[in-house]
Ligand binder design. Structure first.
Ligand code: AMP
Length: 143
């Protein structure tokens, strides 16, 4: 099963932010939208970086509250692991586990077309396990 299956259910909207915005502004958007990460885009490239709640915790722990007034580009991760809509969901799960991150942007032909979070993957797997269980029950009762 590919990433496209998840995108067709959750939609292709991605919350993005300009690298010159402050870390405090990023924290505000994450809190408002109840999400864990923002894609950083300067408008010229689809992905300039990613800033997640963990980056904010790390920055405040290292520099104190003054970090919130700094441009978020100082604290974002620049080397972002991405996938395409054809990537297998299993592969995305492996990337998240190996890289210890919970968000993977979906990039297609140089454009950002979605984002997969660990929550999306867990939701998908639960539905898949339920469907498998039901199929086995049906097989037993009709067999
Ligand atoms: P997260 O678990 O997604 O909150 O992110 C944990 C750390 O990994 C943070 O430093 C993020 O900036 C970074 N990160 C998140 N997603 C990715 C990704 N797809 N590729 C590389 N780094 C990431």
């Amino acid at each position: 099963m590919s990433v496209n299956r998840i995108l067709s259910t959750k939609g292709r909207n991605v919350a993005t932010i300009d690298p010159k915005s402050t870390l405090g502004e990023a924290a505000h958007i994450l809190s408002e939208r109840k999400i864990g990460a923002l894609l950083v885009s300067d408008g010229t490239r689809p992905v300039s970086g990613i800033i997640s709640e963990r980056d904010i915790v790390r920055a405040v722990s290292a520099h104190g509250a003054k970090a919130l007034d700094e441009p978020l580009s100082r604290f974002m991760t620049e080397k972002v692991v991405t996938c395409t809509s054809r990537t297998a969901i299993k592969e995305v799960m492996e990337s998240m586990t190996n890289g210890k991150f919970r968000h993977v942007p979906v990039v297609e032909n140089g454009a950002l077309v979605g984002i997969i979070s660990i929550g999306d993957v867990v939701k998908f797997r639960l539905a898949e396990i339920e469907a498998e269980t039901q199929a086995i029950k049906d097989y037993i009762t009709t067999g």
